[in-house]
Ligand binder design. Sequence first.
Ligand SMILES: Nc1ncnc2c1ncn2[C@@H]1O[C@H](COP(=O)(O)OP(=O)(O)OP(=O)(O)O)[C@@H](O)[C@H]1O
Ligand SMILES: [Mg+2]
Length: 259
Amino acid sequence: MIDIMNATKYFRVGFFGTKKTAVENLSLNIEEGKVTGFFGPNGAGKSTTIKMVVGLINPSGGNIKIKGYPASDCRSRLKLGYLPENPSFPRGLKGIEIINYYSKLLDKKINKDEIYDALKLAGIFYAKNIHAHKYSKGMTQRLALAVSILGDPEILIFDEPLSGLDPVGRKEFKDIIFKLKKRKKTIFFSSHVLADSKELCDRIAVLVNGRLIKSEDLEDIEKEAASYAEEKKDNLLTGEYSTPLEVYLYDLMLKSRKN
Ligand SMILES: Nc1ncnc2c1ncn2[C@@H]1O[C@H](COP(=O)(O)OP(=O)(O)OP(=O)(O)O)[C@@H](O)[C@H]1O
Ligand SMILES: [Mg+2]
């Protein structure tokens, strides 16, 4: 569904325009109808990858295709919903005005009921007549989520969808992912919460320092995690990371960071 082939992105930074590599030679295939979780520490390159996929930035090298269309081609985005990392909306507009505006950008006509359904599903219907610049972080996140699911897209790309949400919001959002998963949507989401991996994902990809260090089905990675836990035995971390999968992912990131 989404083919990332040897994608590289570097930025020019500083007075001398020094090259800074954010993503290096990344190849990843996001399969149709599956939920792929994208994990990695701060600055790993997750958002940069996602921005390349949705066509917000161009790769410095390599190729990205969505349903066969290059990410730079607007046809690749026709069936795609995107929730950015830090959504923001223009000042002075109410939630309902914002979502109405976005509904007009889609290639099909969206009626009022569909807009209301998206707002309800995202749990922000009650605040639709409030100016969005008065929203809290979580409310803004919910409005952005409503916008991203508008028009029932086949592919959903969420950049840290759970950040800023309260415990109820997190549960609600996970339920939305489950619902979308049942409807065989293709979902690609980034997260820092290792516990989300087991709960939500069919596949797990781990990025560290711009490099993909893992991309496997949940089952396979769980098997690896179980034998890793067996090896470590009493040295398994407790507390924050308690399941073998969480500890395995945590240690993977830690080790790769040191190298
Ligand atoms: N516009 C930019 N100009 C220069 N460097 C950038 C730019 N955007 C990202 N970077 C750099 O690219 C690297 C990857 O950033 P990115 O935002 O993709 O990380 P991330 O994995 O999403 O991190 P986080 O978990 O904190 O959201 C970082 O070192 C960052 O400083
Ligand atoms: Mg990010």
